[in-house]
Write a protein that binds this ligand. Sequence first.
Ligand SMILES: [Zn+2]
Ligand SMILES: [Zn+2]
Ligand SMILES: [Zn+2]
Ligand SMILES: [Zn+2]
Ligand SMILES: [Zn+2]
Ligand SMILES: [Zn+2]
Length: 426
Amino acid sequence: MTQHAPVVPVTLDLREFRRAPRSTDECLALWERLEPAVLTLDPLAGPRVRFDLGDEGEVGVWFLDPATAPRPLGAATRFAIRGVLEPPEIRHACTTCRAARTTTYAPYKCPGCDEGQRMGRVCEAHAVFLDGSLRASCPSHTPACRCGTKAVAWCGGPNCRTRKAWCETHLRRHPGDPTVAYCEDCYAERFPACEHERCTGSGYIRCEHRTLSAMKPCGRRICTEHARRWQVYGSYNRGLALCTPHHQQLSSTSPEGLIDMILAGTVARSGRGRSATRRRVQLPRISIVRHILINTRRTVLDMEAIDRLFTTLEQGLSGRTPRDTNLSTALDLLAGHRASRHEDIERFREQHVEGRGHYDRLLQELRRGGRHELASAVEFSDFRPRSRILFVRVPEHLQGVFRGKGGSSVRQLEQRVGVKIQVERG
Ligand SMILES: [Zn+2]
Ligand SMILES: [Zn+2]
Ligand SMILES: [Zn+2]
Ligand SMILES: [Zn+2]
Ligand SMILES: [Zn+2]
Ligand SMILES: [Zn+2]
């Protein structure tokens, strides 16, 4: 009995095979390579079998009807390829892989791989990422530093804003945090050097020195340690930050010049972050200005004289044109300052009378103790009735004698006179 050799229907799974056949002949040629191995199989034992073809990938053979297949398969067995499973068409293929005649899905774009109409792509394996950005490129289009070397990181600094990449030599890493790296210029901007010689601190503070005729501040960068605060708003408010040269200049600046600087600094501060909830910065009261003048340049002026400095400044400014925002703010500040100046003059007069009384008793005490040199050198400065402090000026070379050992002489005088006694600084 002759038996018709049955046809064994199969499907080829070519989804993992890199050299997918492009024609019937190529498909047959592939089958002929596989057939000797297929004939050794038992379809019932495993209806789906995979063949490893090395670099070319894998091919799967699926027996569609294992029960009807002859056992064992033999040279006479005829096969029918009923279907072919092919890899999905890869729309985004890696440009680098394609040059090596393979097709790989490429999730990233490489701006350097120009494919005419659209930007080239790069696969997971070929993608190069530099620190500082998620932008990819293929190995041959890795960004170069300005010096020509391959870059290692994008600079996220204020100038580059991750648009420029730099090599390790031209990057500057933050000493405290090596993951933070900028190019030289951006680093200098982010971590400005302190103007103080040999200081390694970051100059986060800018010198606020400015005048009404030159409102652009000095701007020199200073670290917190080297910044000098000119306490013009009383001891509890942040004073104007000054660089060393400008701080040193204070003592030789005229009272008019100092008041100009205070006004200019206050104009600049009141223009910043103006909002309904934020209290506007005010000029310091003249009772404070009086102490500022004493401390910075050892000039003792009475309240009327200081009031005149402000009035003269206001008159000079009111005639100035054009009236820009800064000038208007300055005039507003001066106008708002007037009432407090009159209060301070009035109070100063009253205190003066009371203070003079304490001062006279102080002189009497000194003379009674035979300290005549001190009695003729100590000058009255101010009296604060609320805190009951008498401020006096004592020539520097006599201050030690006046205070006595551990302040004992002053304490004795305080007991006798009945008020606290403080020597004016400077
Ligand atoms: Zn690739
Ligand atoms: Zn590329
Ligand atoms: Zn940069
Ligand atoms: Zn470089
Ligand atoms: Zn410093
Ligand atoms: Zn300065």
